[in-house]
Design a protein around this ligand. Structure first.
Ligand SMILES: CC(C)(COP(=O)(O)OP(=O)(O)OC[C@H]1O[C@@H](n2cnc3c(N)ncnc32)[C@H](O)[C@@H]1OP(=O)(O)O)[C@@H](O)C(=O)NCCC(=O)NCCS
Length: 383
C-alpha cells in the first residue's frame, strides 16, 4: 500500500489517499470485477478530529468509451460511513474532497448509486438497467449444429472468451476492454451465494459462444440469470439460446433474465424468439455520472464530435465547452454517452440556439446502431 496524499480539510478533519497496485491484495469483489482492467484503486478516507476513520470509498481509474473516443475517467465504489458515525455529514464531507481531487485527474466520474442519495452531489443517471427476458420454452427446442459441442468453461478459455467479448462489446460506451491474463471467469460458489457457471459452445476448437449463468433451486424462489452471454454470429446465438432455455428448464425456471444489450448479435437473435427488452430508468440511482471538468471533456471529445458531423464545427464545439448551449451538465453527459438523444434535449426544451439544431441531430442521434452502440455496463464489470 502506498500513501499518495494527506491533507487537512478544515474543522480538524484529515483526508487520506492510498493506492494499491497489487491486485492480489484487493478484496475478492474488486479482484473479480476489476483485476482484469489493469487499474490501481485509490482508497480515499476521512479521519475525524479524534483520529477515527469515519468514512471511506474506493476510486477506480479506468478508460471509458464515448462513441469511438476512449478517455480516462474514474469510478467510485465501496462508499460508506461507519455505522456509529452516520448522519453527521461525513459522507458529504468526503465526497466534496474526492470530487475536487478527482477533477485534477479526470473530466468525468461514475458510480453505481443507491436511489435518492447521489443526485444531491450532482450525479445523474447515465444508463438504464437493461435486461432481455425470454421464455425458456420458446428457445429450448433449438438444436446445436452437428459439429458444435457444449462444455464447461475453464481457465484455458479465458483468452478466447475475452477476445470475443472485446470484439463485440469494447466499442460500446461504458463497456471496458478486458485483459485475459487477469480475467477471473465465473465466480465460485460461496457460503451464501450459489456461484456462477460458465459454458462454452465450440466447433473444431473455434469458440462460437459463451455464457456465464447463475441459478439456484433452494432457499428461495428458483431463478436463472444469464449474467453475460456473447455469440460470434447469429447462428451461434440461436444455438446458445437453445442451450440456455434447456438449462433454465432443468432448473425449473420458465422465464430467463439475461443481462445483455438488445443491439448485440445475441440480443438481435433473441428478439426473433419473442425476447423482450426491459429497461428500468431509475430517476436517481443506478449507473450515474458527473462531469467534473466540462472544458476538458469537450476538448477530449472534439474528434469524436467532428466524426459525427458532416464538417468540423470549431465554433459550436467552443460554445458547447463554455456552456453557451446545453448548459445543463447532466443532460450533456447523457448526450455524449448516447444515453440520451437530441429528442430528449428537444423534449426538455434545451434544443437551442436554433442555428445548431441540425448539428445537434448529427452529434446526438438515437443510439443502438452499428456506428453508435447503446451504452451498456456489463454485470461482470460492476464495482
Ligand atoms: C449512505 C451513507 C454513505 C451516508 O453516509 P452519512 O455520513 O450518514 O451521510 P451524510 O451525513 O453526509 O448525509 C449526506 C446526505 O445524504 C442523506 N442520506 C444519508 N443517508 C442516506 C440514506 N441511507 N439514503 C438516502 N439519503 C441518505 C442525508 O440526509 C444527507 O442529505 P442532506 O444533506 O440533504 O440532509 C451511509 O449511510 C452508509 O455508509 N450506508 C451503507 C453503505 C452504503 O449504502 N453506501 C452507498 C452505496 S452506493
Amino acid at each position: 500500500m502506498e500513501m499518495n496524499y494527506e491533507t487537512h480539510i478544515g474543522d480538524g478533519f484529515l483526508y487520506k489517499e492510498t493506492t494499491d497496485n497489487v491486485s492480489e491484495n484487493w478484496p475478492p469483489f474488486l479482484q473479480r470485477a476489476w483485476g482484469h482492467k489493469k487499474i490501481a484503486p485509490i482508497y480515499s478516507s476521512l479521519v475525524s478530529p479524534l483520529g477515527d476513520t469515519v468514512a471511506y470509498m474506493t476510486r477506480f481509474p479506468y478508460s471509458c468509451r464515448f462513441g469511438q473516443a476512449v478517455i480516462e475517467v474514474e469510478g467510485i465504489g465501496g462508499f460508506a460511513t461507519l455505522p456509529q458515525f452516520r448522519r453527521q455529514g461525513h459522507a458529504s464531507r468526503l465526497m466534496a474532497v474526492v470530487l475536487k481531487k478527482a477533477a485534477e485527474r479526470v473530466p468525468v466520474i461514475f458510480l453505481h448509486g443507491i436511489d435518492s442519495f447521489y443526485g444531491s452531489f450532482g450525479f445523474t443517471p447515465v444508463a438504464p438497467e437493461r435486461t432481455l427476458c425470454f421464455s425458456a420454452s420458446a428457445v429450448a427446442e433449438i438444436p446445436l449444429l452437428p459439429n458444435t459441442f457444449l462444455r464447461e468453461m475453464d481457465s484455458r478459455d479465458y483468452e478466447r472468451v475475452c477476445s470475443l467479448y472485446n470484439e463485440q462489446h469494447s466499442g460500446r460506451p461504458l463497456s471496458a476492454v478486458r485483459f485475459p491474463e487477469a480475467f477471473s471467469g465465473p465466480m465460485p460458489r460461496g457460503d451464501w451465494h450459489p456461484g456462477e457457471e460458465g459454458i462454452i459452445l465450440e466447433s473444431s476448437d473455434r469458440l462460437r459462444a459463451y455464457a456465464i449463468v447463475q441459478s439456484t433451486t433452494h432457499g428461495r424462489d428458483p431463478f436463472f440469470l444469464v449474467k453475460e452471454a456473447v455469440a460470434a454470429n447469429p447462428q451461434a446465438a440461436k444455438e446458445l439460446l437453445g442451450v440456455l432455455g434447456q438449462m433454465a428448464q432443468r432448473a425449473g425456471v420458465g422465464k430467463v433474465e439475461m443481462f445483455e444489450p438488445r443491439d448485440s448479435i445475441l440480443g438481435r437473435a433473441l428478439l426473433n424468439f419473442g425476447g423482450k427488452n426491459e429497461e428500468k430508468y431509475r430517476p436517481d440511482g443506478g449507473w450515474m455520472g458527473k462531469i467534473l471538468n466540462r472544458d476538458a471533456l469537450v476538448a477530449l471529445l472534439t474528434d469524436e464530435l467532428n466524426r459525427r458531423s458532416l464538417q468540423p464545427q470549431a465554433e459550436a464545439i467552443q460554445d458547447l465547452a463554455s456552456g453557451a448551449f446545453f448548459s445543463n451538465d447532466e443532460l450533456l453527459l447523457g448526450l455524449l454517452l448516447g444515453f440520451r438523444s437530441w429528442l430528449d434535449a428537444r423534449d426538455i426544451g434545451e434544443l437551442s440556439p436554433t442555428s445548431y439544431r441540425d448539428l445537434v441531430k448529427e452529434w446526438f442521434p438515437i443510439t443502438g446502431t452499428e456506428a453508435l452502440p447503446l451504452p451498456y455496463l456489463h454485470h461482470l464489470d460492476r464495482y
